[in-house]
Ligand binder design. Structure first.
Ligand SMILES: Nc1nc2c(c(=O)[nH]1)N[C@H]1C(S)=C(S)[C@@H](COP(=O)(O)OP(=O)(O)OC[C@H]3O[C@@H](n4cnc5c(=O)[nH]c(N)nc54)[C@H](O)[C@@H]3O)O[C@H]1N2
Ligand SMILES: Nc1nc2c(c(=O)[nH]1)N[C@H]1C(S)=C(S)[C@@H](COP(=O)(O)OP(=O)(O)OC[C@H]3O[C@@H](n4cnc5c(=O)[nH]c(N)nc54)[C@H](O)[C@@H]3O)O[C@H]1N2
Ligand code: SF4
Ligand SMILES: [Mo]
Length: 697
């Protein structure tokens, strides 16, 4: 029991991770002394990962920015002097007013998922920029291609209940690495395995998940749609489909049959670099009669030219086999579409001024480098970055850096730490950590709603995002009532009361209990009897919506943009396919500045196949230069002769290092490209060819 000076506060992990763990923060005399997993909240069950179990090292880090500052050095140099909040906010308001007088669309917000809380991630900030008439930011950097591909087939990001994976007899992990990036799903998979489940992993990298699976298939990056089409070919050819489910709950089966007829395992083998026999076996195992299979598909496979098409093809599989009939069958990309969150109420897009001179202008965050450097009409003259670290995480970082270095660009950064991006700020503002702010959370990896109560007072002069935008709104004379709502008042608007799943969300219960499960049965079998939220109400093998958008209405394969088939000349000069998936001890670029996690990761590594290393005269531990026409960065080769970390032809650099802490001032994004995915304008981080050579120490 806590004593008089002790309190136990309910917190929620704010990071961009499907698990959204429930935490308890122990506070003594106003100081947080311990964070732990909350044992009474199902799914995350009291367990935190290796990063957030040390959250106090982040909260109380001596690297925290504690006061507003203004730049005194060159852009990028990172030299600042302390100023007051009054002066900082007045300066920003004056510059925004000045820019907006010409064209408010010259102001661009740049934010992503530093915190996933619905209030601190996307409420007062969006209201402010909407009311101002600023450019819209298309937030495409992570999941948009996969989301659109999934949605075209299934209708929404609704899928297999993560809790039900524990009962699945066959699990296919596809483009996902749950041991690293989705811990609590992995524990369900371990439970399933104890009951006899077979676990298969499809990943060009021998990830920690691949290593622990019963069978690992390693296709070339960006070729997953070819594999999925061949699986469909075998399922249909060998009569492994659930014809009754198909007849009742799907559209376009006859056209799909025609489409996949040409996708023999041999053809897919040529695209994917897998054996035709393995593809046959995988299809037969997946389609085995009388038992369901659950697919965990994730964003690893949507970061390439055909990322949308790949997700769409894979999303067709459980409807073909009828695995949706079981709660522990089907497919899971994200649970986020199960929630009836009310973005209109949170973000108020209706505040955007109706001025025919300034029609809405969208800027894609995945091409921020070009957006800042190229002729734009109107040009971007001011940018405000919060919840994001674009200089480190956005593709083609030499261009991103050059864009942020523009002398005529007014740049505001609101941050906890002096990131690579913060170094380019004209005004740098101190942000609160999750323990210092209020928020309400949905999840994309389970089905609970949770509330995060502030546990401690803000450190120094740090302030939450909502506070900053409330203050800026006041200075710009925005008098609408929504600009004076408190964080809790905003949070109360987060879920639509008329939505079948979120109608039960109740602030009273959340305040008392800290969490609530959505109004869905446990376990939840969302499409056991069809009811897909598509225009036809069915799983759409054929999509009219895609046809109307000029896209292939059937599942199809779009090869990588950078590959021997599409660009043989480039592939000759840069023969290795490069991926840069998440490191275990970093969360995107978060935690990558703190001693414990830097130490745990060791160095920027490049995992290589021994054959590829040998042909370049490289050995384990060598320092190498990884390069292409866009740029170069350095890393240390990691080889494992018995268990190669990657398939041949592929190299992998666990990411995302801060550029200034990586040794050479560059990270993996020096080589990645600003080209976009087939659907949703997503980033193509893993569609990237490079060459590797020895580099002097
Ligand atoms: N520890 C940790 N956890 C994280 C994060 C982190 O940085 N660190 N990041 C969070 C975020 S923002 C996200 S979006 C998720 C990301 O997590 P995931 O969705 O799991 O995505 P990635 O880790 O990008 O990729 C998963 C696996 O896909 C593989 N892969 C790459 N290209 C391909 C391909 O073309 N085909 C196939 N089949 N596999 C491919 C990668 O090698 C990797 O092992 O994780 C979240 N969780
Ligand atoms: N090479 C390569 N690049 C990638 C990826 C990859 O796999 N490989 N993955 C991509 C993916 S999936 C994603 S999602 C993006 C992630 O990109 P980002 O969303 O930019 O993620 P982070 O790098 O973690 O940066 C978030 C920043 O927000 C700050 N922050 C946290 N909480 C708050 C808050 O409450 N207020 C404010 N103002 N700031 C806060 C943190 O300190 C941190 O610096 O990166 C992408 N980039
Ligand atoms: S990063 Fe993910 S696994 Fe770790 S505590 Fe946060 S939500 Fe849980
Ligand atoms: Mo992401």
């Amino acid at each position: 029991m806590p004593t008089e000076n002790e309190q136990l506060i309910r917190s929620v992990c704010p990071h961009d991770c499907p698990d959204t763990c429930a935490m308890i923060t122990r506070v003594e005399n106003g100081r947080a002394v311990k964070v732990q997993g909350a044992r009474d909240v199902p799914f995350t069950d009291g367990v935190l990962c290796a990063k957030v179990s040390h959250y106090l090292e982040r909260t109380y880090s001596d690297q925290r920015i504690l006061h507003p500052m203004r730049r005194v050095g060159q852009k990028g140099e990172g030299r600042f002097e302390r100023i007051s909040w009054e002066l900082a906010l007045d300066t920003i308001a004056a510059r925004f007013r000045q820019v907006a007088a010409h064209d408010p669309r010259s102001i661009l917000p740049y934010s992503y998922a530093g915190t996933m809380g619905l209030v601190q991630r996307s409420s007062m900030d969006r209201r402010f920029f909407h009311r101002l008439g600023a450019s819209f930011l298309d937030r495409t950097i992570c999941a948009e291609a996969g989301y659109q591909g999934y949605k075209a087939t299934i209708g929404e990001t609704i899928g297999t209940d993560p809790e039900a994976f524990a009962d699945a007899p066959y699990i296919l992990i596809w483009g996902a690495n749950p041991v690293v990036s989705n811990l609590h799903l992995w524990s369900r998979i371990v439970e399933a395995r104890r009951k006899g489940a077979r676990v298969v992993c499809i990943d060009p990298v021998r990830s920690l998940t691949a290593e622990k699976s019963d069978w690992h298939l390693a296709p070339l990056p960006g070729t997953d749609a070819a594999l999925a089409l061949a699986i469909m070919h075998v399922l249909i050819r060998d009569g492994l489909c659930d014809e009754d489910y198909i007849a009742r709950y799907t559209t376009g089966y006859s056209t799909l049959k025609h489409r996949v007829a040409g996708w023999t395992p041999a053809r897919a083998a040529a695209e994917t670099g897998l054996n035709a026999e393995d593809i046959e076996q995988l299809a037969r195992e997946y389609g085995q009669e009388g038992r369901p299979a659950a697919i965990r598909v994730n964003y690893g496979l949507n970061r390439c030219a055909g990322g949308g098409a790949a997700m769409r093809a894979i999303a067709c599989l459980p409807a073909l086999t009828g695995h949706w009939r079981w709660a522990c069958g089907g497919i899971l990309l994200s649970t986020s579409g199960t929630y009836g969150s009310d973005s209109q109420a949170l973000e108020r897009p209706d505040l955007y001024p109706d001025n025919p001179l300034f029609p809405p202008r969208h800027v894609n965050m995945s091409t921020i480098g070009d957006a800042l450097l190229d002729e734009q009409s109107p040009p971007i003259r001011a940018i405000m970055v919060y919840n994001a670290n674009p200089v480190a995480v956005a593709p083609d970082s030499n261009k991103v850096r050059a864009g942020f270095a523009r002398e005529d660009l007014f740049c505001v950064v609101h941050e906890l730490f002096q990131t690579d991006t913060a170094d380019y700020a004209d005004i740098l503002l101190p942000a609160t950590s999750q323990l210092e702010q209020w928020d309400i959370h949905k999840s994309y990896g389970h089905l609970n709603v949770m509330v995060n109560q502030p546990a401690i007072a803000p450190l120094g002069e740090a302030r939450p995002n909502t506070w900053v935008f409330r203050e800026l709104a006041r200075r710009l004379g925005f008098s609408e009532a929504c600009f004076s709502e408190t964080d809790e008042e905003i949070g109360a608007l987060a879920f639509r009361p008329d939505h079948p799943h979120s109608g039960n969300v109740n602030m009273e219960t959340l305040r008392e209990q800290g969490w609530q499960r959505l109004n869905v049965p446990r376990p939840h079998a969302p499409f056991a009897e069809g009811g897909f939220p598509t225009p036809s109400g069915k799983c759409e093998f054929y999509s009219d919506t895609l046809a109307r958008r000029g896209l292939d209405p059937l599942p199809c394969y779009i090869p990588p943009r950078e590959g021997p088939r599409t660009n043989p000349e480039l592939a000759k000069r840069f023969p290795l396919a490069f991926v840069s998936p998440p490191s275990r001890h970093f969360l995107n670029s978060s935690f990558a500045n703190l001693p414990r996690f830097l130490q745990a990761e060791g160095r920027p590594w490049l995992d290589m196949h021994p054959t590829d290393a040998r042909s370049r005269g490289l050995k384990d531990g060598d320092r190498v230069r990884i390069f292409n026409d866009r740029g170069a960065f350095h890393a240390w080769v990691r080889l494992d002769a018995d268990n190669p970390g990657v398939r041949s032809g592929v190299v992998s650099a666990p990411s995302i290092w801060w550029q200034k802490l990586s040794g050479d001032g560059c990270n993996a994004n020096a080589v990645t490209s600003q080209a976009l995915t087939d659907m949703g304008g997503g980033a193509t981080f893993y569609d990237c060819l490079v060459e590797v050579t020895a580099a002097p120490l």
